[in-house]
Design a protein around this ligand. Structure first.
Ligand SMILES: [Zn+2]
Length: 315
């Protein structure tokens, strides 16, 4: 049997070069190359157990692995422990309105970097690309059951659901359209608060949306506010807290300032469950806790209740 031989041949006129297989020098290399992983080491074991990304999601509450398709079909709620994952605004609209009844409003409205705030424009571009949304809220008129409603749904994946001038303007137009058409307004909130990159322009949205809701209330047409996980700041200090009915998803965190800020300011120990929807139901801020899969049915019941003997148009 012949043995393969690797012979270094020199070609006339060509200076000797290093063979291509020379290992890179150890000094100054990336740490990943510094140590060769041993066969059968823990590293190779974890590699075997690696789960392809985008197929499974680990529930942060019960730690079980959920098949993504199952999670989607269950409206992003863990089938084992009922933990509510964040849900996109489009999926939410789809889960609530009757098929082909939703007419989106102001779909092309976009924020302007009015203050030339550092990195704001690039953040807007990044989130527009990542979410394919134009801003942190979708608004429109659609039917829930047999009731035509003005529906606004916020999206946390767009700059933390922060309320800038576009969110405020879109919601104000939605509320005004609801008032005009005598349709109930439903807003599903999730937000980190006002959008600091728009400074006082974002804070002005609090007054604008609240003013529109005051006119809406004068027409004696209902407004239902639905609070979902992470409803904070300027949103909670304005339209989200002004519902004729305020409902919340289970275990949602709701407040103005976050618990850490309150704890640091008051230097007091916070009660267990502070700022959860369960705590706030007990203390009277919200009227009801509704699991996501029951929300549509429950909204229809509320709308039926409000419609009974009322003058506002049903459809
Ligand atoms: Zn779970």
């Amino acid at each position: 049997m012949d043995t393969t031989q690797f012979l270094k041949k020199t070609i006339d006129g060509v200076t000797q070069i290093e063979p291509a297989l020379t290992p890179p020098p150890m000094e100054g290399t990336h740490p990943a190359f510094a140590k060769k992983p041993k066969l059968g080491s823990s590293h190779s074991k974890t590699k075997k157990r690696e789960i392809p990304e985008g197929l499974w999601t680990k529930c942060p509450s019960c730690e079980s692995m959920i098949f993504d398709k199952e999670l989607d079909e269950n409206l992003k709620v863990c089938p084992k422990c009922q933990h509510h994952f964040p849900i996109g605004s489009r999926e939410r609209v789809h889960s609530l309105v009757e098929t082909c009844t939703f007419e989106e409003m102001d779909a092309e409205m976009t924020s302007v970097d009015i203050l030339k705030f550092a990195a704001y424009k690039s953040k807007l571009d990044r989130d527009r690309k990542a979410t394919t949304l134009k801003d942190a809220v979708i608004t429109g008129i659609g039917k829930i059951g047999s009731h035509r409603v003005a529906l606004g749904v916020m999206d946390f994946s767009f700059m933390g659901g922060s309320m800038g001038s576009v969110v405020g303007e879109k919601l104000t137009r939605l509320i005004e359209r609801g008032t005009e058409g005598n349709w109930p307004v439903i807003i599903i909130s999730t937000s980190g608060g006002a959008r600091m990159q728009e400074g006082c322009m974002s804070l002005m949205q609090m007054a604008k949306t609240s003013g529109a809701l005051a006119y809406h209330a004068q027409h004696r047409v209902p407004y239902i506010s639905v609070l979902t996980n992470n409803s904070y700041g300027g949103v909670m200090a304005s339209y989200a807290a002004l519902g004729d009915l305020i409902v919340a998803e289970p275990e949602a965190m709701i407040g103005f300032a976050g618990p850490r800020v309150i704890k640091d300011t008051t230097h007091a120990e916070l009660p267990p469950g502070f700022q959860t929807s369960e705590f706030l139901l007990e203390h009277g801020l919200i009227d009801s806790i509704v699991p996501r899969k029951d929300l549509k049915e429950r909204l229809v019941k509320y709308l039926e209740f409000f419609t009974a003997g009322h003058r506002y148009r049903k459809a």
